[in-house]
Unconditional design. Structure first.
Length: 310
C-alpha cells in the first residue's frame, strides 16, 4: 500500500471495505515496511497505480517501473520515462475502472467475488454512485461497474452503496483535527494537499484548526498547504483553501487557480469565503464537477513556475 502503516487506519472507508471482504489490514505491506535498496538488488518490476509521477521517497524505483495505470491529466515533464514502460492513462472517474478493464482484457480468471467487490465498491465511491451529474462518471466507469455487477448481483442500489461508504468516510469521531489532514493526502512539488471529508470552511471553524495545520506544515517543512473539501451528504459542494506563510507562492497559486480556464480548459468558478484566520484564504468552488484530480496539476504548474523563477 502506497501509504505509511500508521496512517492507514485513518482511511476508514478502506478499512471498512477490506473488513467486509474478510481481509485483515495486518496482512498488507505498507511503503515504510519495504527496504527499497535491498529489493533493487533483485529482478524487480514495479507497476504504479493511480499516479504517474513518483514521489521523492519512491524515485529510487524509477528504473524498475514497467507499467502505469492512472486517470489524471499527464504530467509530461515528470512522468516516469523508462523506455519499456506500458502506459494506461485515461480520464475516467476511478482508477479501479482501468484495473477492471485490464483484468477483463487479459481473460484470466481473476475476478473472484472478493476482488470484484473491492473494485466495484471503489468505482462506486470514486464516482459518487456513478452519478453523471457530479462530473466524475464516464462511460468506461459504467461499463466496468456493469461487468462487476453481473458477478456480484448486488442487492443494494449504487446510490445505497455510495451512501453507506460515504457515511463511513465521514465518521471522523475518533480522528483529531490534525489526523484529518493525513487520511487522504497528496503531495505535489513539496506542497501537501489534504482532501477533507467536509468543507474546508467548516473544518476551519474548529477551535484547533489553525494550530493543526501549522503543526502539519512544520512536519512537512513547507510554507504552504492546499486544503480541498467536499460535502456530498445532500447535493455536492466543494471548496479549496490555502494556508500560507509564503504570501508570494499563495498569490501565484491563486492566480493559477482563478485562471484555470486558460491553463487547463475549465473554470473552477472560485468565490472567496471570509475566514477568521490571517494565514488562510478560502474559496467556494462553483464548478463542482472539477475534483482534486483537476486541481493537482494546477498546483504543480504554479509551484514549478514560482520556485523555478526564484
Amino acid at each position: 500500500m502506497n501509504v505509511y502503516a500508521k496512517y492507514f487506519p485513518l482511511r476508514t472507508e478502506s478499512c471498512y471495505i477490506l473488513k467486509k471482504c474478510g481481509i485483515d489490514p495486518n496482512m498488507l505491506v505498507f511503503k515504510d515496511q519495504v527496504e527499497y535498496t535491498n529489493i533493487l538488488n533483485r529482478n524487480v518490476e514495479t507497476t504504479i497505480v493511480d499516479h504517474h509521477v513518483l514521489s521523492q521517497h519512491d524515485k529510487i524505483l524509477e528504473k524498475t517501473v514497467v507499467q502505469i495505470f492512472d486517470h489524471r491529466p499527464i504530467n509530461s515533464v515528470e512522468i516516469c520515462k523508462n523506455p519499456i514502460l506500458k502506459k494506461t492513462i485515461k480520464i475516467v472517474g476511478s482508477c479501479s475502472t482501468l484495473i477492471t478493464n485490464e483484468i477483463i482484457s487479459s481473460k484470466l480468471p481473476l475476478l473472484c467475488r472478493e476482488l470484484s467487490y473491492l473494485l466495484y465498491a471503489t468505482i462506486i465511491y470514486d464516482t459518487i454512485g456513478l452519478d453523471k451529474d457530479c462530473g466524475k462518471t464516464f462511460d468506461e466507469d459504467i461499463a466496468a461497474a456493469e461487468h462487476l455487477e453481473k458477478i456480484l448481483k448486488p442487492t443494494q442500489s449504487r446510490k445505497e452503496l455510495f451512501e453507506e461508504l460515504w457515511k463511513i468516510h465521514n465518521d471522523t469521531s475518533n480522528l483529531s483535527t490534525k489526523e484529518l489532514l493525513y487520511r487522504d493526502l497528496k503531495v505535489v512539488q513539496g506542497v501537501p494537499i489534504p482532501g477533507l471529508p467536509l468543507l474546508v470552511e467548516d473544518y476551519l471553524k474548529r477551535s484547533d484548526a489553525e494550530v493543526a495545520i501549522k503543526s502539519f506544515a512544520e512536519e512537512y517543512d513547507c510554507k504552504n498547504v492546499v486544503l480541498i473539501g467536499i460535502d456530498a451528504s445532500k447535493e455536492v459542494k466543494r471548496d479549496v483553501a490555502i494556508y500560507f506563510t509564503n504570501a508570494g507562492f499563495k498569490d501565484a497559486l491563486i492566480t493559477t487557480l482563478k485562471g484555470s480556464k486558460d491553463v487547463a480548459g475549465s473554470d473552477l468558478l472560485l468565490t472567496e469565503i471570509p475566514t477568521k484566520h490571517e494565514n488562510v484564504v478560502c474559496f467556494r468552488q462553483g464548478n463542482i464537477k472539477l475534483t482534486r484530480k483537476f486541481i493537482l496539476p494546477l498546483v504543480n504548474e504554479a509551484a514549478r513556475r514560482f520556485f523555478t523563477d526564484r
